[in-house]
Design a protein around this ligand. Sequence first.
Ligand SMILES: [Zn+2]
Length: 313
Amino acid sequence: MILGRRLVVAARSGGHFGGLLRAESQSLAAGVTLNVDFHLHTTESDGLLEPSALLRTIASVGMDYFSITDHDTLSVHVRHTEQLKKFGRRAVTGIEVSTNTGDREVHILGYGITVGSNELREILSDRAAARRKRAERVVDKLAHQGVRISMTDVARHCTGEMIGRPHIARALVDVGAARDVGDAFARYIGSGCSAYVPVTTVTPAKAIRAINDSGGVSVLAHPTRNGAEELLGEFVKDGLHGIEAFSTSHTPHDSERFRALARTHKLVMTAGTDFHAPTDANPYPGVDVADEDIAGFLELLKLKQPKTVATDL
Ligand SMILES: [Zn+2]
């Protein structure tokens, strides 16, 4: 299992942490390097992999810790408890809540939540309905621009209860209106584009409070997106615990900036790829991080002692 992980690290040579040699020298110089991913999606929201397929990938990579954080739903942690249990403490309960403040969409991650807690249930109960309504409005807007897809076309790509923009994007690719998912976002449905519709009216403050009150750890997701990092001070006042400081999509400069912000605001740091599907650039989920960089987060989750036992599914 360790060998498998090293091969993956080697295959990522030139990536965020510079591959095997850098990872090994880091672990010699600064303690243990962990391979983790606290930001993963499955078909329970808008990911491409079924939960069991994603868990098989995670097992083959030999990740130290991970969390499946589907959008606005904890269903993977309800429906796949038996499979998740096999990973023991390496599997952390998680969710990503979509929120809005002004005209910005901000995503708040929640970890170690008590599944079924009333505080979160209130927020989540109408998420599925809100997402369906949003998808209908996007399809309407597209029709006004002469781009015709139906809700049935969208639903074809959707196996969980949550309809997300990637499902709409794939329908746009099917009818030839976009080259790929990225193109569909850039041309039609991304924030600020002609068919963009925000999904929710939950504020970041409300989501942070609900996550904290559910016994969870609240973390700002992909802080580079939509200028979310500019609002960090506000979120800290609302009770935010952490920031997603490390990601394969961050430049080393980004990560250093988030490290400084974490220090200033006394936040814990997390690492995640926002994995939705294997891509050429990132065929596997996972980020290599120094143990000490995420120690504060693991402490909050009471997971300081990493498990080294390999898990086979
Ligand atoms: Zn995400």
